[in-house]
Design a protein around this ligand. Structure first.
Ligand code: HEC
Length: 137
């Protein structure tokens, strides 16, 4: 009985052969974070270029496109953005409600701690689809 989900091979994406355990762990966490992103329907407000989630639907509440996020912030920042969205609002982009709080809802009642960890790994793994090479060197 394996607890890791390795049977989700989409387009061979999950076929990467990590060189050592640390990479395998980071890879699994990012993969699980991707599933949490779908499960919690983060895509209803966030586009991620290069991913295959449905397009954002939340008229007037749409948040930033996230594909370039990974290298920009450290894990603490992403954790805080998820636990306390109003702590880190970029000003002047229509991301705040009239009372100054974030239009991003709190997920603290629906998100498991493990999902939070995996989501942070997923966000950290995001790189823009262009300018980042085509995999392989
Ligand atoms: C109802 C719309 C909505 C949903 C659903 C939503 N977000 Fe957001 N999100 C926003 C908005 C608006 C912002 C910008 C304001 C802010 O930073 O809080 C944002 C900001 C963020 C940021 C910070 C980006 C930056 O540039 O600082 C991250 C990371 C993020 N969201 C991830 C997620 C994840 C992961 C989920 C699912 C668990 C999610 N969001 C669900 C609307 C949403």
């Amino acid at each position: 009985m394996h607890h890791r989900q390795r049977d989700r091979n989409e387009d061979g994406e999950a076929n990467a052969q990590p060189q050592h355990a640390a990479r395998a762990t980071a890879f699994d966490a990012a993969q699980k974070g991707r599933e949490a992103f779908a499960k919690l329907e983060c895509y209803s407000c966030h586009e991620i270029k290069g991913e295959k989630f449905p397009a954002p639907t939340e008229e007037g509440k749409v948040g930033p496109e996230l594909s370039a996020m990974g290298p920009l912030h450290d894990p603490d920042y992403f954790a805080e953005a998820l636990i306390n969205p109003s702590a880190v609002i970029e000003q002047g982009k229509g991301f705040e409600a009239p009372d100054g709080s974030s239009k991003m809802p709190s997920f603290n009642d629906s998100m498991m701690v493990q999902e939070l960890i995996d989501l942070v790994a997923f966000l950290r793994s995001l790189k823009p689809p262009t300018g980042a090479g085509h995999g392989g060197h």
